[in-house]
Design a protein around this ligand. Structure first.
Ligand SMILES: Nc1ncnc2c1ncn2[C@@H]1O[C@H](COP(=O)(O)OP(=O)(O)O)[C@@H](O)[C@H]1O
Ligand SMILES: [Mg+2]
Length: 264
């Protein structure tokens, strides 16, 4: 059974300093630093290929990074080895971070052979060791919260994209994570289905949940974020409060990105 981490007073949920990541010869992250304070929403924008997904995946150790520090609730990730050979030194820390930094993916990634409710409760039961019956009640409550309680016994394939994504959000919430990491959660959806997912994400932000959000939807970025970070070719090109960054961009690259048809 995995013990959930207990919050350490004022430390940010996540802090990253000087993160570097390569795929073979391609340097995808070239020294990225940011901090996600408790209860805040930090949003990453940038062109396709700028490193946004890689950054999120490095943050919860789904991907290995090669240099730089990651702090989870003030505690540094311990590494063994250096550079491209470095690995997290503590399996317990990896599990704590993966379970506390829940991802929601663009393509939902629900398990097709499980009902919606089983998708939601599987990890809390098998990874955290919560009793299945207790989790069923909680899972139904979470499905109700995202507006699809009536789909509990359906298969993922019987749901619309918007409903599948809301199930994926309920699944992330079922872990009672310290933060949720959204990677383009609305990009695979038709506009009318997008809004039902946007409403759920906004409600979570209003509850004061800590979130990292990658999105192409500049309206969502503006409405939701405490801080917006513009990534360009693996570096932070510009960052700031959404109303300043999105309405008064300083760098040419951000100006170009924003005028090149990002949804506003
Ligand atoms: N598993 C991988 N192997 C090799 N290259 C990858 C892999 N994942 C991503 N990349 C490359 O890393 C760069 C950044 O990708 P990604 O983080 O997905 O960007 P974004 O999410 O901003 O579109 C791209 O050039 C992409 O092709
Ligand atoms: Mg991506």
């Amino acid at each position: 059974m995995t013990k959930k981490a207990t919050p350490s007073a004022d430390a940010p949920v996540l802090e990253v300093r000087g993160l570097h990541k390569k795929y073979h010869d391609l340097e995808v992250l070239k020294g990225v630093s940011f901090s996600a304070p408790r209860g805040k929403v930090v949003t990453f924008i940038g062109s396709s290929g700028s490193g946004k997904s890689t950054l999120l995946r490095c943050c919860n150790l789904l991907e290995l990074s090669h240099a730089g520090d990651i702090f989870f609730q003030g505690e540094a990730v311990a590494w063994k080895g250096d550079g491209i050979r470095r690995q997290p030194a503590s399996k317990a820390q990896v599990i704590a971070m993966r379970t506390n930094l829940s991802m929601v993916f663009q393509q939902f990634n629900l398990w097709s052979h499980m009902t919606v409710l089983d998708n939601v409760i599987e990890a809390p039961v098998t990874v955290l060791g919560h009793p299945r019956e207790e989790m069923r009640t909680k899972g139904l409550h979470l499905l109700d919260k995202v507006g699809i309680a009536d789909k509990a016994d359906a298969w993922p394939s019987q749901l619309s994209g918007g409903q599948q994504q809301r199930a994926a959000i309920a699944r992330a919430l079922a872990m009672e994570p310290m933060a949720i990491l959204f990677d383009e959660p609305t990009s695979a959806l038709d506009p009318e289905l997008e809004q039902e997912v946007v409403r759920v994400i906004k409600a979570l932000a209003e509850e004061g949940r800590t979130m990292l959000l990658v999105t192409h939807d500049m309206r969502l970025a503006r409405d939701l974020s405490d801080q917006v970070i513009f990534l360009h070719e693996g570096r932070i090109e510009e960052e700031g409060a959404p109303e300043i960054l999105l309405e008064h961009p300083k760098s040419k690259r951000l100006q170009q990105f924003l005028s090149a048809g990002a949804v506003t």
